[in-house]
Design a protein around this ligand. Structure first.
Ligand code: IFM
Length: 513
């Protein structure tokens, strides 16, 4: 029989979670395999601010935002100010019980000229951040490049369109491995090279805003029929060169892993017609296989080579050998499932951009009107899409280790702290991840986008993904936890209490049992 004091304790425990009992995670950390990483992430440009401090030079995103090109005219000059508030942020992460914080390094903070002289203050900042994380028991998962190319390299040789980027990226990676690799066990070379190429060189939404007049928006130069393919080609060569360097020079001593990230769409046929089923496979090859086939098999998917012909570069034999097997893990960013419909009978032209080469149309929901391209973010949430995607990667790519490096819910600018939609979203996708693992997927971690509200590349400050609300009007950039932060904390930390709570609820519901 329970004594009065134990009953009181149990009542207290029950009351302490009653605030989010509706959203109490059904999952607990114990459901995941031992060593499974649960974390949250951001990226340098989106979160640091301090864009002109301590020797940092501008990136292409500084030039773009400062020229007033964002729809909301915003820039990231201060954004969430993590450069000055990293200690406060790491405390919050630690209070949440995060296993890992995924962040990226700003290339132009480390190498203000893009290459050559290292900026000691830049190195100091990342040393401070990494040390702070480690002293709080949080693993740093580091991405070397998250869209923020030093502007100086764009001006000098057009950045990712030139093969010169390979050497400069490798030299930058070398500095990072040398300076931080003794404490970093998870390196990701590039974030979303597929979306970066489409957005920068096909539609021209992102800097350097290059596209053909007939395919993109407001570009003054570019060629959407070839440049997306060229940019990805150089990205893959840069990735594999940095990975080779890491493996030859650092891995044995530092014992870390190196991976590459891909923005991973899931596609399902709009109807079960053979044409739609084939179009769906085509879309998966174009979106995801574009990046993953080379690093697993050493070449682009056959359908890409067929449809793009001479517009997609070829790997030489030695390039192919270097690219093949150049990842220890795959980083997966997942937000979208699209219904995919064949479009091979539509009007065809010999002049096609990357999107046109897919011969497919997309809808985010069955009732949408079809579009020739899918936007990289959007609703509705389809958690089963992530499960299917992870299982597809298991089956198609030899069950490679995977970290889900981004998945999260974008709320409106005036989102309330009671972000129940985010709790539901993340809980659904975590359950989907777990189902994939139970079906044999080698998924090793799940990292929520984002730890706190940040500057969004497409939406500026009009969209919020964070566990922590940031007041961008307030000079202090005050952080306030949303419901989702409490919920994730519960999932991460309170498993014992959760079990007691469940036992209590049962006792209370069935007192005689
Ligand atoms: O904020 C972005 C991130 O930089 C890249 N992946 C998608 C996120 C949400 O839009």
């Amino acid at each position: 029989m329970l004594g009065v004091s134990s009953l009181f304790l149990l009542l207290l425990l029950t009351l302490s979670v009653v605030g989010f009992s509706q959203h109490t995670p059904k999952l607990s950390r114990d459901d995941f395999p031992p060593g499974f990483i649960l974390g949250a992430g951001t990226s340098a440009f989106q979160v640091e601010g301090a864009v002109a401090e301590d020797g940092r030079s501008p990136s292409v995103w500084d030039a773009y935002t400062q020229a007033g090109k964002m729809m909301d005219k915003s820039n990231a000059d201060v954004t969430s100010d993590q450069y000055h508030k990293y200690k406060e942020d790491v405390k919050l992460m630690s209070k949440m019980g995060l296993d890992a914080y995924r962040f990226s390094i700003s290339w132009s903070r480390i190498l203000p000229h893009g290459r050559g002289a290292v900026n000691p203050k830049g190195v100091q900042y990342y040393n401070n951040l990494i040390n702070e994380l480690i002293s709080h028991g949080i693993q740093p998962h580091v991405t070397l490049y998250h869209l923020d190319l030093p502007q100086i390299l764009e001006d000098e040789y057009s950045g990712w369109l030139s093969p010169k980027i390979v050497e400069d990226f490798t030299a930058y990676a070398d500095v990072c491995f040398r300076e931080f690799g003794d404490r970093v066990a998870h390196w990701t070379t590039l974030n979303e090279p597929n979306v970066a190429a489409i957005a920068s060189y096909d539609s021209g939404f992102f800097p350097p805003q290059r596209c053909s007049y007939s395919f993109g928006f407001n570009c003054t130069a570019g060629n959407s029929t070839v440049e997306p393919y060229i940019a990805v080609h150089h990205a893959l060569l840069a990735h594999s060169s940095a990975a080779a360097l890491y493996r030859e020079k650092y891995q044995a001593k530092q014992k870390g892993l190196i991976g590459l990230n891909v923005y991973s769409f899931w596609c399902i046929p709009f109807t079960n017609s053979t044409a739609d089923v084939k179009a769906t496979q085509r879309a998966l090859d174009f979106f995801n296989g574009w990046i993953i086939n080379p690093v697993v098999f050493g070449d682009y998917p056959e359908i890409m080579k067929k449809n793009a012909g001479s517009r997609i570069p070829s790997f030489t034999r030695s390039e192919s050998e270097r690219v093949k097997g150049s990842i220890d893990f795959l980083g997966v960013n997942h937000y979208i499932t699209a219904y995919t419909q064949d479009d091979s009978d539509g009007p065809k032209s010999n002049v096609r951009d990357y999107n046109g080469d897919i011969f497919a149309k997309f809808r985010l929901s069955k009732d949408d009107s079809p579009s020739g391209q899918i936007v990289p973010i959007g609703l509705p949430a389809v958690p089963s899409g992530l499960q299917s995607l992870l299982e597809y990667y298991k089956n198609e790519y030899g069950n490679i280790p995977i970290y889900v490096q981004e998945n999260g819910f974008g709320g409106p600018q005036n989102e309330s702290l009671n972000d129940t939609a985010r709790v539901e979203y993340i809980s659904g996708y975590l359950n989907a991840t777990l189902s994939a693992i139970r079906n044999g997927s080698n998924t090793k971690g799940y990292i929520v986008w984002s730890f706190l509200d940040v500057f969004e590349f497409l939406a500026g400050y009009s969209q919020r993904y964070g566990f922590y609300h940031v007041d961008f009007e307030d000079k202090a950039r005050t952080r306030r936890p949303k419901l989702s932060a409490h919920w994730y904390t519960d999932l991460l930390k309170k498993r014992k209490e959760m079990k007691i709570e469940m036992a209590t609820q049962q006792t209370m519901a069935h007192p005689t049992q």
